[in-house]
Design a protein around this ligand. Structure first.
Ligand SMILES: [Zn+2]
Length: 171
C-alpha cells in the first residue's frame, strides 16, 4: 500500500465528500468537523440551509458510511434526534473501493483491447471498430463515410497497463 493512502488529511476527506454529495456536502462536513454531534436542524440553521436539503445530503453520505450518528430522544416532544459526526477513517475504505472498481474497469478494457483488432477512419470524434464490426460495415465508417483502416492499439494497451500498475500498487 502506498503511504499517501494511509494519510487521510482534511483535504482528502472534503474531496471525497464533494464527489459523493456535492458542494453542500463539503459545507456540512466542514461544519461537522469543527462541531461534532450536531442535529440536522442545528446544521441547517448554522449554514442557512433548508433542513430537508441537509437531511438529503446526510443520508447520501451515510450510504457510504462517511458519517455516523447517535440517536437521542427529545424529552419534551418524544421525537428522536440524530446527532451527526464525520467518520474520517471510513474515507480511506471508500477511496480503496473506488480504486478497486477502476481497476476492474481498466482490466476489462485491457482484455478487450488485447483480444481484438481495431479499424478506424481517422476522423476525430468517430469511434474505432473491432474487426467483426468493421467487416459488418464493409470497412466504411457509418458516420463520416471514410474507409476504416487497421488501427494499431499498442499505445492504448501500454497506457492501460501503466495505469493499472499504478492503481494496483495503491490498494
Ligand atoms: Zn468516421
Amino acid at each position: 500500500m502506498l503511504d499517501f493512502l494511509l494519510i487521510v488529511d482534511e483535504d482528502t476527506v472534503l474531496e471525497v465528500m464533494r464527489l459523493v454529495g456535492g458542494e453542500d456536502a463539503v459545507s456540512i462536513v466542514k461544519f461537522l468537523m469543527k462541531n461534532p454531534s450536531k442535529s440536522d436542524e442545528e446544521i441547517a440553521s448554522a449554514l442557512g440551509m433548508n433542513a430537508k436539503d441537509v437531511r438529503k445530503i446526510l443520508h447520501r453520505l451515510i450510504d457510504y458510511s462517511l458519517l455516523t450518528y447517535d440517536v437521542a430522544k427529545n424529552k419534551e416532544t418524544g421525537h428522536r434526534i440524530f446527532r451527526w459526526r464525520v467518520q474520517q477513517d471510513q474515507v480511506l475504505g471508500y477511496i480503496k473501493t473506488q480504486i478497486r472498481r477502476m481497476v476492474e474497469r481498466l482490466k476489462a478494457k485491457l482484455e478487450y483491447e488485447q483480444s481484438h483488432q481495431f479499424y478506424y477512419c481517422g476522423t476525430k470524434g468517430c469511434r474505432k471498430y473491432a474487426f467483426e464490426e468493421a467487416l459488418d460495415k464493409l470497412f466504411k465508417c457509418p458516420v463520416c463515410g471514410n474507409l476504416l483502416n487497421y488501427y494499431d492499439n499498442s499505445k492504448i494497451i501500454e497506457t492501460l497497463k501503466q495505469k493499472l500498475q499504478i492503481l494496483e500498487k495503491s490498494i
